[in-house]
Design a protein around this ligand. Structure first.
Ligand code: CP3
Length: 364
């Protein structure tokens, strides 16, 4: 990716350009904590919303309109390409359900690697609309995303949100070659899907491995890490940097940095300064506020954000939560968080310097 001051702040942070302040956005920022989202959801079921480019673009813009984040993530779900591979997908109040989960080798044989335009053209349409809507805000970055193979495979095998991950672990131990075959198909699906998103206008892409933290480091190295590498190597990196997010990444951050991702996502179990020690300085970091911090008093939240900004610094850092925002989050606090980050830029100082070298106050 070429480094230019005309790129959105988010892209410049991914490329580790020095900035007056880091960009801020929130994982799952489009969703149920917003009354304007709920108003649309009262009329439209979740999956229908994902497949309606006009409404999905509207829902993606809602948090930006209200809070002014530096990034807009397209509204969709990680399971959209799984449906395109040939599986049945439903959404209930409790989350995604796949009523016909993979139970045999034949079930894997029936899956295909979908053409992203032919099967999920509506996703590309959402991105095109968003780029158009954001053309008057060139400093705001448009984010595309996909689920990573391990997390997608776990949904395909478990049939939905799981507590113990018994099916995928059973397959991992019993038939590792079959699991590798499935993960390989998913890696190719995700690579093509993300490249199509970049082509459609995504300026940054994030790979979500939400269940990447449920196995040992050794098994992570065997079943999870190689597929991150395979996807990242296949992406059109000239056009968009990539963020790798793994939930439960404590002890895995060095492996994540090894993938070649531009940005490593950090959850709240690791401090940003410890994360830097593990990743080295050749990647940017994103994170890592506990989503529950958004339930505290505004002055407590502000100080938590300031501490995080001081650790993150203003080069190679994207301010975010450590995982998705929760549906009952008080929205005033989202504004408090976004404003605190933007305020740190107006002070005209690197927040790290503010804490450690007070004498440099005022020097940019
Ligand atoms: O970030 C955004 O604002 C974009 C939208 C987005 C959604 N899902 C919308 C959504 C993104 C990036 C996702 C990714 C996703 N989906 C992940 C990875 C991120 C993570 O949190 O780890 C996962 C694991 C899923 C699967 C999924 N979709 C679950 C487990 C659930 C139910 C639980 C929950 O949090 O609601 C969903 C449903 C879903 N995806 C909703 C939204 C707004 C709620 C559905 C509704 O409106 O009723």
């Amino acid at each position: 990716v070429s480094q230019t001051s005309h790129s959105p702040r988010l892209v410049r942070a991914c490329l580790r350009e020095p900035l007056d302040r880091p960009p801020v956005w929130l994982m799952r920022q489009a969703g149920r904590y917003l009354s304007e989202y709920m108003q649309i959801r009262e009329k439209v079921p979740f999956l229908a919303l994902c497949k309606n480019p006009e409404l999905a673009a509207e829902v993606s813009i809602q948090p930006f309109r209200r809070f002014g984040m530096d990034g807009v993530i397209m509204f969709s779900d990680i399971l959209i390409p799984v449906e395109a591979m040939g599986m049945t997908l439903e959404f209930t109040e409790k989350g995604p359900v796949l009523p016909e989960p993979i139970r045999s080798v034949e079930d894997i044989n029936r899956l295909s690697i979908p053409d992203p335009i032919e099967k999920t053209g509506f996703v590309m349409e959402i991105l095109k609309r968003l780029r158009q809507e954001l053309s008057s805000h060139p400093d705001v970055g448009l984010i595309g995303f996909a689920g990573a193979p391990w997390t997608l495979a776990s949904y395909m095998l478990e049939g939905g949100v799981s507590r113990n991950y018994t099916q995928i672990k059973k397959m991992m131990y019993d038939e590792p070659q079959e699991l590798h075959r499935l993960l390989g198909m998913l890696a190719d699906t995700v690579t093509q899907y993300l490249n199509a998103q970049i082509e459609a206008g995504a300026q940054v892409v994030q790979l979500f491995d939400s269940w990447g933290g449920i196995v040992s480091r050794q098994l992570y190295g065997e079943f999870i890490h190689p597929y991150h590498v395979r996807i990242i190597e296949g992406l059109n990196r000239e056009k968009a940097p990539v963020i790798l997010y793994v939930n439960g990444s404590r002890g895995l951050l060095d492996k994540m940095a090894e993938t070649g991702a531009d940005v490593v996502g950090v959850d709240w179990l690791t401090s940003l300064s410890d994360a830097r020690k593990q990743t080295g300085n050749h990647v940017a970091l994103q994170g890592n506020l506990d989503p529950n911090a958004l339930y505290t008093k505004p002055e407590v939240l502000r100080s938590l954000v300031e501490t995080m900004l001081a650790e993150g610094g203003s080069q190679g850092y994207i301010c975010n939560l450590g995982h998705g925002i929760l549906p009952t989050t008080p929205i005033e606090n989202v504004q408090v968080m976004v404003d605190a980050v933007k305020q740190s830029g107006r002070n005209g100082i690197n927040p790290v310097e503010e804490l450690s070298v007070g004498a440099q106050r005022g020097i940019q």
